[in-house]
Design a protein around this ligand. Sequence first.
Ligand code: BGC
Length: 749
Amino acid sequence: MTIQDPAALTASEQAALGSGADFWSTKQVGDVPSLVLTDGPHGVRRQVGASDHLGIAGSEPATCFPPAVGLGQSWDASLTEQVGAALGVESRALGVDVLLGPGINIKRDPRCGRNFEYYSEDPHLSGRLAASWVQGLQGTGVGASLKHFAANNTEHDRMRSSSDIAPRPLREIYLRAFQHVVQQAQPWTVMCSYNRVNGTYASENHWLLTQVLRDEWGFDGVVVSDWGAIQDRVKAVTAGLDLEMPGSGGGADQQVVDAVDAGELDAGVLAQAAGRMVALAAKAEAGRAVRVPAFDADAHHALARQVAARCVVLLKNEPVSKRAVLPLCEGSSVAVIGEFAQTPRYQGGGSSHVNPTRVDVPVDEIRALADGGVVTYAAGFTTDGSGDLAALREEAVLSASAADTAVVFLGLAAHQESEGFDREHLELPAEQLELLADVVRVQPRTAVVLSHGGVLRLAPLSGIAPAILDGALLGQAGGGAIADVLFGRVNPSARLAETVPVRLQDTPAYLDFPGEHSHVAYGEGLFVGYRWYDARDMAVTFPFGHGLSYTSFAYSGLELAADAQGITASVTVTNTGERAGREVVQFYVAKPSSSIARPPQELKGHAVAELAPGRSARVTVFLDRADLAYWDIRGDRWVVEGGTYEVRAAASSRDIRETAAVEVVGDEFVLPLTLNSTLGEVMATPGAAEVLGALMPMPQAAADNDALGIDMAKMMASIPVGRLISFAGGAVTRDDLGKALAQLNASQA
Ligand code: BGC
């Protein structure tokens, strides 16, 4: 069918299109069909009975893939694309037109309760993983909803709090991943966040929703509110918001119509919003005709297992009696310890909570792969504090001492972290660490498996355990995936997408989180995550990008070539071990001498190399010129600074293997000289010494002023030239100076 021209709709029909019919669907208006939106992002939470946005009421069974905290650790865009496509198939089977994800807010502080729903502390990684997720999903005829736009980095006071951010970090850190996904993957919708951005609600923020998102980035889809994010619909429509969810029983629709009648809201703005809703309905209708495979729950469970295994980071694997603890030998005996091995923690709480089709039990999966080896299980602790802890610990220690290896499952329980509130600390429960210490005392060959949504302080644990696998949250097939990695059926290749700090007190936003009186000052500016620890040269427990393998890799021959589009970097990676493996090759860019504040290095490219033992591959990535740019507040624009750039091929942000340098031609960005330009700025312009020298004596360099003990040239460099008029005692006039500057400006044009 062809859908009606939005201009033919009345104002009240247009307003009606802009709010939900119920919790999850839009209204049918005239011949514009209703469409269904549903959470998202790591599974389809389709509610057909009671509905809510907090994950309380039930939902239809669907595959629970690894939440973003796990998926982000894969660093693998082809994997996120596959997950997106599988979610699309399930969405289609469950009658969903728009799946509410991906969530790509930057993990600014490890305490943010919702970090498990986000990919990384780094915008490059978040943007790349999310763009391919969107492409995978939308290829099945189901729309994405990129969320939460923008700067939604804390759960505390999330519906009022203002994220107060300077322009550079806002653009370079918090908006950059959104920009990438919008421009590369064209999500059908963007979801505006609950919070305010620099004082204005995201839902009412014309700068954010119209100037930046649509005018600068070219977004032509629908902006939908987060559920309940709108406090003034008229202001929201004026700002560029198209769809209020879940809807307000029609009350706000009438306010919109009244505002048009009263001349307070431009009828054209309402018509545009309605037009975008009509276009979305048309996309959904076309999407329903895209052919996709039938949803096969078993096949998706198998895919979820493969994906999850790629998300497990081997943090540490030391030899005990000359042999690394992992992988486990098939046929050997294993003491599996820890309640999470029996009742796995595999997803987070809140709106993203999926009703899984089934859940792998880790200890059962370990048994299934043990190849006759005896596998025992002891809980060791409880997550709710019930039970006789001393007896549980004694039983666990006894089982550990009797086995060849102990595998101890530790982590955070569901109630300790969730959407809706932040954590207060990064600690593992003390009883878990005590249990581990007792186990290691009797069983040196001990590996820890971690389950958690937010970063944990691992220094104490790392001091005890010789081997650690970090599963973060792995979804419903995490148990099988862990077994695959423990036994080496899958060689781990995942990498940390967040730094593990030594202490909470070391973290970048420690003093500003979660803010006060509904304001959060982003005082650390650009220095988020590894950018902070690197700039301050601080020790970390495990760096961003870290992750080991059961094999080893060598890097050689980094070569760079710059052209007008960016830098092409290639490096040879060789598998120097005895097993096939995958290496995540990371490219960090540094600009050693720069006129602006910069993090010491920033991730600008990465690629995955899959190599058989002894084999080499040339890994080539393209570092887009746009990604080298910084946001210049003087011109409100992106600028690539010219000069020498250093590119580092690395196995982690702290494991740089090869470094090379390349010259990059800078952008033409000349600010016109004014009377408020400093003498230093003017003198940096070719010909300035002669032009100004003709008007007045120029300051002398240090060597000529030794007797005075000052460097006159340096001292005067920061004086705006207009102020020199008063120092020159009438020798120079404003007019003379103005003409001289005009002459210099003309010579630059
Ligand atoms: C969350 C969104 C979610 C929506 C619908 C909100 O509370 O912030 O991420 O998509 O609810 O459940």
